[in-house]
Design a protein around this ligand. Structure first.
Ligand code: TMP
Ligand code: ASP
Length: 237
């Protein structure tokens, strides 16, 4: 079914298929951090990220009415998705201060926010994905006002859904990154992944980190954290 490799990113490969409007995402165990400066392998990550993303996207479609690029899981690491033009923005939602926001505001990690914070970064590795605001986005024509408003609405609705979902399996959803794309018929859909690579997950009781920060910060037992997360996600309901 896979034809040829169209693109290889840091954590996934994309293949074309016989259908020009569909492609196959293949998740890798490769891990990078700090814009590719730090490299490594997290055994089993490809499978975990693929299965967690598909599980959550299916739920978001059915239970929160969020359109996604997902068509069908093909194997443990491969998924058939709608081909999209990616809106070149990293859409970040934060519920608790951590990571770069902690550094930027000089507030300790774990500080509660009075309401969720939405941030945008322009997707450009050479520039180090700089943070931008609505004015930059519209002035540069990265997307239009209507699409941007729709992205914001989806991002907050996804946050509401996911915070509740993860709370039920004993996880605080600290922050996460989303990407959106436009399909051939012009529909805005959630794309990319929702996984321990792109979210911060803290155990609600112990506040133990169960995400890629274990790799970024050399905290040890990275594989164990990913396995614990997939186990809890699949234990829901
Ligand atoms: P940050 O605190 O480093 O800005 O990260 C915010 C969230 O975005 C966090 O959940 C990790 C995720 N993220 C990515 O998915 N990709 C990235 O390249 C970066 C920097 C962060
Ligand atoms: N994956 C990203 C990179 O290597 C960064 C990160 O997730 O921290 O650039």
């Amino acid at each position: 079914m896979k034809k040829e490799q169209m693109y290889e990113g840091k954590a996934k490969k994309i293949f074309s298929t016989e259908n020009e409007n569909e492609c196959i995402v293949s998740y890798k165990d490769d891990a990078t951090a700090f814009n590719g400066l730090k490299k490594g392998t997290i055994r089993g990550k490809g499978e975990i990220n693929n299965r967690m993303t598909n599980y959550l996207m299916t739920k978001l479609e059915k239970e929160a009415g969020i359109p996604t690029h997902l068509i069908k899981e093909l194997s443990n690491t491969d998924t058939l998705v709608k081909k999209v033009h990616i809106v070149p923005l990293e859409v970040i939602v934060r519920n608790v201060i951590a990571g770069s926001l902690s550094k930027r505001l000089g507030a300790p990690e774990g500080t509660e926010l009075k309401c969720p914070v939405l941030e945008f970064c322009y997707k450009d590795d050479e520039l180090g994905d700089p943070m931008v605001n609505d004015y930059h986005i519209l002035a540069m024509g990265w997307t239009d006002k209507k699409t941007l408003d729709q992205i914001k609405d989806y991002a907050f609705r996804i946050n509401d859904y996911l915070v509740k979902f993860f709370k039920e399996i004993g996880i605080d959803l600290i922050d996460f990154k989303l990407e959106f794309g436009i399909t051939a018929d012009g529909t805005l859909v959630l794309a990319d992944e929702i996984s321990p690579d792109t979210c911060r997950f803290w155990d609600s009781k112990t506040k133990e980190k169960l995400d890629k920060d274990r790799f970024r910060r050399d905290l040890g037992d990275v594989e164990g954290a990913y396995q614990e997360m997939i186990k809890r996600v699949f234990s829901h309901e």
